[in-house]
Structures are given as structure tokens and as C-alpha cells.
Design a protein around this ligand. Structure first.
Ligand SMILES: [Zn+2]
Length: 464
């Protein structure tokens, strides 16, 4: 029998050819069309993946109304799942070459979606081909789910889980190796003050996304306050202050960080609002609202808002104020994003934040909340997968938990598995997921095929 390693090496050119077929399709989410709920590009990538799945020898491909699809072989009452995604994030500026014309350079494949997540997904599909080619007996069926909306809310998997049976166990090759066996809960909402009359803040805008500590926040005020603000900012490098047409604009410059790892960052929203407080120009309701949002942002562990907790499994809870603005009816609005562990129930996160906000005259709007999940690291599947990864790579890494969210959290028995390698630094011309010049190491891609093939083969021996 051919080994998984031989298989991966022998299929190198085919894998790269098929990856190019997927990467060359611009599958950024777009306006829905008939039969294409996420737009024509995502749909085209989905149809291409079906085509490839058939070539690889899957017994059937099923289109779930364009929301998601799957390729399946073997029994359908009990099956293992692999779920990756075909949608990609927007490209942004600064690419060296066309992001949708995959090319090879010095051991890397370059293009949007190579690493997130078309490459890892294709690696898993080829791993299945290894089992088919070598006629490995399948105690469980194998279903590769072809996700189409991972980047914008995972409505694809929600659609699947509403209408189709869940795998007995699944992994998603959409994070890092080895096994991600837990994910923190993710909470977000808008904390909104009462309408402020005669406020001094004419406008405030900080942050672009809920899940990022912002590095920029701008505030405009009447020029009458120029002196007080400049005095408060004296000796600090965090602020640019400009004056024009009877107004001043303060730009606060912080240090960005992901919401899951905010420690050590410097929130520009916090810098901006604290400057106004320090300048002593805010009064009454506006001052109180400003103090409240500063208190929230000052306590990254969530102590002030009443959600600090540790559970010994994950990092401590965290909360950031990712975006700040004034609403049309003159309320100060702070968008918060919390990553929380298993020491506090999802409903208590909501209740505690609600209570503290109410106490300070704020209401909570637009709540999003998805609880944490945690599989024991010594559960048979997690242990087995970790061992396989370590034996293929010759490393000695431990299963890990994370503060980000993958498809795994939506299922009852699932983990994240690959295919970023911990500690492996790509050359600086290779971008990571979501960045310009996204690329994936061909070596890691082929190793992933090997790891996934071994995994799908040996998971057949585990009782689910
Ligand atoms: Zn992804």
C-alpha cells in the first residue's frame, strides 16, 4: 500500500493544479442571485469544488441550495465531517500580483484564499482520495462540507445544521495545527447612552470593526476648546490636533490588537475620550457617558462591567471597545466585544453587562452572543489527532484553545485542525490569512494532505 506521504508527494502537481482552479475564482461574498445566496463568485467556486470532488472519486456531491454543499462517500447514517470554506475576504491594496491568478514562488503558492481556506480544504479532499485509491474500509462515511459563508457569519453551516444530519465528529482545517479543542465565547453589543443635549463632541469616530482594538479615533469640537485640548495633550505622542473652519479635529493614535488578545494594546477610542475628560470640557450627561465608556475600555479583563473570570482552561475573559460613534439622535455609542471562558455562563455575560450599563444610564443594543465550547484534550479523537500531527511533523506540540471562532463551535463534536504550523515563519513577502499577498507553503500543504489522510483513516477506529 502506498503511504500517505508518498501519495501527497506523487499528487503534488495535481494538487497545485486543482488549487489554482479554485483560487483563480474571485469568491468574495457579493449580492445574492438566483441559486447563489452569496453571489456569483462564491457559487462558481462551489461548482468548481463539486467538479474536483467528482474527479477525486467521491461517490456523491450534494448542493444544499447554494448555501453550502458537500462531497460524500460511504454510509450516510454515521459519518465523519471535514468542513472548510470557499469564500474569501476582500483583497485590499498593495498586492504584488493579481490575487486571483495563483502562482508559485520559492515553495509558496500565492493568491487570495490559498491559505484561508481553499488550500487546507483541498488538502482534506485529497486526503479522502488517498482513502478511496487505497480502498481503506470505511466504518464511518466521510463528508467534506464545502462552506460558502465562513467569513461573514457562518450562515452556511447554520443552514446545513437546520436541514441535514450532523457528523459524529468533525474537524475544520481553518486555523492552526495541532488540535484546537476549545474556543472562547464571543459576545458583542452596542452600549448606547441617553441622548445628550448641548454636548461638546460634534463628532467622534473610532475603529472599523468590532473585533479589533482600534489604532485611530477622531473627534471634532468647536475651536473654542482648542487651547484646553492642546494643553491636556501636551507632552503626549498619541495625538494630532488640527484646526480648520472654526473646528478642531483630534486624532488619537493607539496600538491595534485583535479582540481575543487585547493585552498590551492601546485603544485609540480610550485615548480620545480620556483626553476630553482630562481637558475638562465635558459636563453633565456627556461627562458621565464619557466616564462610563472609559471605565469599560480601561478594564480589559471586564472587571468594571462585571464579567471578569478565569477557568484554568482559557485565557482570562476580555472586553474591548472596538468602535465609538455618536448616533443620529446624539447618543454616545460604544461597540464592545468580549471573549469569555467557561467560568461564566453566556446568559450571565449578557445579564451582567445589561445591569452595569443600566446602572450608568446606558442601554444595550444589537447583542450577538455565541457561547464557548470545549472538548477535553484527552478525549480519544483529540489525542489521536494530536499524535498523528506530532508523528508526521516530528514535533511535540500540545492541543490548544483559542479566542477566535471557527466552524467547530457550531457543532457538538468538532475541533479545529490545521493547517498553519505553530512557530513557522514565512518570508516577509508572504502574507497571512486576510492580508495582502496571501500565500501558503507547498510543503505545509502536502504535509497537511498526509496528516489529514492518516487522521481520516485512523478516526475510523475510534468509537463515536
Ligand atoms: Zn477561514
Amino acid at each position: 500500500m502506498q503511504t500517505a506521504k508518498e501519495f501527497a508527494q506523487q499528487n503534488r502537481e495535481n494538487i497545485l493544479r486543482d488549487l489554482k482552479r479554485l483560487v483563480d475564482i474571485n469568491s468574495i461574498k457579493a449580492e445574492p442571485e438566483e441559486g447563489a445566496p452569496y453571489g456569483a463568485g462564491v457559487r462558481a467556486a462551489q461548482l468548481k469544488a463539486f467538479e474536483i470532488a467528482k474527479e477525486l472519486g467521491f461517490e456523491q456531491t450534494v448542493d444544499c441550495d447554494g448555501f453550502i454543499g458537500y462531497a460524500h462517500s460511504g454510509r450516510e447514517d454515521k459519518f465523519l465531517g471535514v468542513i472548510g470554506h470557499l469564500d474569501v475576504v476582500p483583497v485590499g491594496d498593495g498586492w504584488d500580483r493579481d490575487p486571483f491568478d495563483m502562482y508559485e514562488k520559492d515553495g509558496y503558492v500565492m493568491g487570495r484564499g490559498t491559505g484561508d481556506d481553499k488550500g487546507p480544504l483541498l488538502a482534506a479532499m485529497y486526503a479522502c482520495k488517498y482513502l478511496f485509491d487505497n480502498k481503506i474500509p470505511l466504518k464511518y462515511g466521510i463528508r467534506v462540507l464545502l462552506g460558502c459563508d465562513e467569513e461573514c457569519g457562518m450562515s452556511d453551516l447554520a443552514y446545513y445544521l437546520e436541514n441535514y444530519p450532523e457528523p459524529v465528529f468533525a474537524f475544520t482545517p481553518d486555523a492552526g495545527f495541532p488540535v484546537g479543542h476549545g474556543e472562547k465565547g464571543i459576545y458583542s453589543s452596542d452600549l448606547v447612552s441617553a441622548p445628550i443635549t448641548d454636548g461638546k463632541i460634534l463628532s467622534i469616530n473610532g475603529g472599523m470593526a468590532s473585533n479589533v482594538v482600534p489604532d485611530r479615533c477622531t473627534v471634532t469640537l468647536d475651536a473654542a476648546y482648542a487651547e484646553a485640548v492642546k494643553k491636556a495633550a501636551e507632552g503626549s505622542d498619541y495625538y494630532d490636533i488640527t484646526e480648520e473652519d472654526g473646528k478642531i479635529t483630534v486624532t488619537a493614535k493607539g496600538q491595534a490588537a485583535h479582540a481575543g488578545m487585547p493585552w498590551g494594546s492601546l485603544n485609540a477610542n480610550l485615548l480620545a475620550v480620556s483626553l476630553l475628560l482630562k481637558a475638562g470640557i465635558l459636563e453633565g450627561e456627556e461627562k458621565k457617558a464619557a466616564e462610563f465608556v472609559c471605565d469599560v475600555m480601561n478594564d480589559l479583563d471586564g472587571g468594571f462591567i462585571g464579567i471578569a473570570a478565569e477557568d484554568g482552561r482559557f485565557e482570562p475573559n476580555s472586553i474591548i471597545g472596538g468602535m465609538i460613534s455618536l448616533t443620529e439622535d446624539g447618543r454616545l455609542c460604544l461597540n464592545v466585544n468580549s471573549r469569555y471562558n467557561t467560568a461564566i455562563a453566556p446568559e450571565d455575560i449578557e445579564k451582567n453587562i445589561e445591569n452595569k450599563a443600566a446602572e450608568c444610564g446606558f442601554e444595550v443594543r444589537n447583542v450577538g452572543n455565541s457561547g464557548p465550547y470545549y472538548l477535553e484534550p484527552d478525549s480519544p479523537a483529540v489525542k489521536l489527532m494530536n499524535e498523528i500531527y506530532n508523528s508526521v511533523t516530528g514535533r511535540n506540540d500540545e492541543p490548544y484553545v483559542m479566542s477566535g471562532g471557527t466552524y467547530a463551535r457550531m457543532m457538538h463534536n468538532a475541533v479545529a485542525f490545521g493547517c498553519e504550523m505553530p512557530g513557522e515563519e514565512a518570508p516577509e513577502w508572504v502574507g497571512t490569512a486576510h492580508m495582502k499577498n496571501e500565500g501558503l507553503s507547498i510543503d505545509i500543504l502536502l504535509k497537511s494532505v498526509e496528516i489529514y489522510a492518516e487522521t481520516l483513516m485512523r478516526l475510523q477506529e475510534v468509537d463515536f
